[in-house]
Design a protein around this ligand. Structure first.
Ligand SMILES: *Cc1c(COP(=O)(O)O)cnc(C)c1O
Length: 360
């Protein structure tokens, strides 16, 4: 048996008729940049998440950058985040000349540990970026409470958690700003790069819309120094179709996770989803010992696996200048050594799930 990790092809085949029609409609109109589908998508995304504004952009990375720019993160500022995330989270902080300040993760959810945030707050701290890793949010109430006590902005890195919920509310709409990614392998993926920013704050929304198009106030008049960060109309057309089916896809992912849970129970430690949350299961990741050998063995049986992520950010070469060392964030370091993602997509069959569980 050979198992497909994300099975993007099957997903395309399933909705091919609708997607092809939508993409061809854009090509017929040649409205490739900021066509009407972009606005339609933004309205649909905002309604789905339950916030006033959704602003599409060219990637999840740009979503983070635009959010940080909108709240005036500047050289010398400090932004708190977790070292156990994709590089983009801390990279965008550093890109603006600000200092990423790391806080270790909670061992159960792999999200930033709110109990360890306050000791890292200084007069220079401006924002906190919790990351909703693998599709599950952090404890956002606890983080928002700390932020409001200290006058900080909270930007959720929801690149992996679009559609997840926290206390019944949707990820991306849980703090001042939420950022997501439509990278093809994310739970809601487009056919290239894409992302979106969410907020209830009208002024921030207006500023982020402007920053996305070179800081313009009107054509060729520039109020801010911005970026070229628009989402293509073709990607918006694809996403409009996929968003219509997203609740079905998400329910299927969650069903696959439940079946993995049942099949692995007692054999392997299961992913922990807090009772007040649901996961979008961007990944189904478990902790294992002797990971390299296990990955090889699984690969030989046609089971692809992945590691998200093998090296915490405080140990990355590009962040050596921050002066962190091994041992600074022990939970992130241990989890990075042990974590392994299993194939996860809406189409895994019972037989495939049993096969993976059997091999484990
Ligand atoms: C994917 C991802 C990003 C970046 O999104 P892109 O669309 O690839 O730029 C940022 N943060 C996290 C946690 C991610 O998983």
């Amino acid at each position: 048996m050979t198992i497909d990790f994300a099975n993007l092809q099957k997903h395309y085949r399933l909705y091919q008729e609708e997607i092809d029609v939508a993409v061809h409609a854009v090509m017929d109109k040649c409205n490739f940049i900021m066509g009407e589908e972009v606005l339609q998508l933004e309205n649909a995304l905002a309604a789905y998440v339950g916030v006033r504004h959704a602003i599409t952009c060219s990637s999840g990375t740009d979503a983070l950058q635009l959010a940080l720019m909108a709240v005036d993160i500047a050289p010398g500022d400090e932004v708190i985040t977790t070292p156990f995330t994709f590089i983009a989270t801390a990279e965008m902080i550093a890109h603006l000349g600000a200092v990423p300040v790391f806080v270790d993760i909670d061992e159960a959810t792999y999200a930033i540990d709110p109990a360890k945030i306050e000791e890292k707050i200084t007069p220079k701290t401006k924002a906190i970026i919790p990351v909703s890793l693998y599709g599950q949010t952090a404890d956002m109430d606890a983080i928002n409470a700390i932020a409001s006590k200290h006058g900080l902005i909270v930007i959720e890195d929801a690149a992996q958690s679009f559609g997840a919920t926290y206390k019944g509310k949707k990820s991306c709409g849980l703090s001042d700003i939420g950022c997501t990614s439509f990278f093809p392998a994310k739970p809601l993926g487009c056919f290239g790069d894409g992302g979106a920013i969410f907020t209830d704050n009208d002024a921030l929304a207006e500023k982020m819309r402007s920053l996305r198009v070179h800081g313009q106030s009107k054509r060729y008049h520039h109020r801010y120094i911005g970026i070229g960060g628009r989402l293509d109309t073709i990607q918006a057309a694809v996403l409009l179709v996929k968003l219509r089916h997203y609740e079905t896809d998400l329910a299927l992912r969650q069903e696959v996770a439940r079946k993995y849970d049942a099949a692995l129970k007692g054999k392997r430690p299961l992913p922990f989803i807090a009772p007040d949350r649901t996961s979008a299961y961007a990944q189904y990741s478990i902790r294992v010992q002797d990971r390299d050998a296990l990955q090889e063995e699984l690969k030989s049986r046609g089971i692809p696996t992945a590691v998200h992520y093998p090296m915490p950010l405080h140990l990355q070469e590009c962040f050596a200048y921050l002066g962190y060392k091994k041992g600074d964030f022990p939970i992130s370091e241990t989890v990075a050594n042990e974590i392994m993602s299993l194939p996860m997509n809406p189409f895994l069959t019972d037989a495939e799930i049993e096969y993976v569980a059997g091999a484990l």
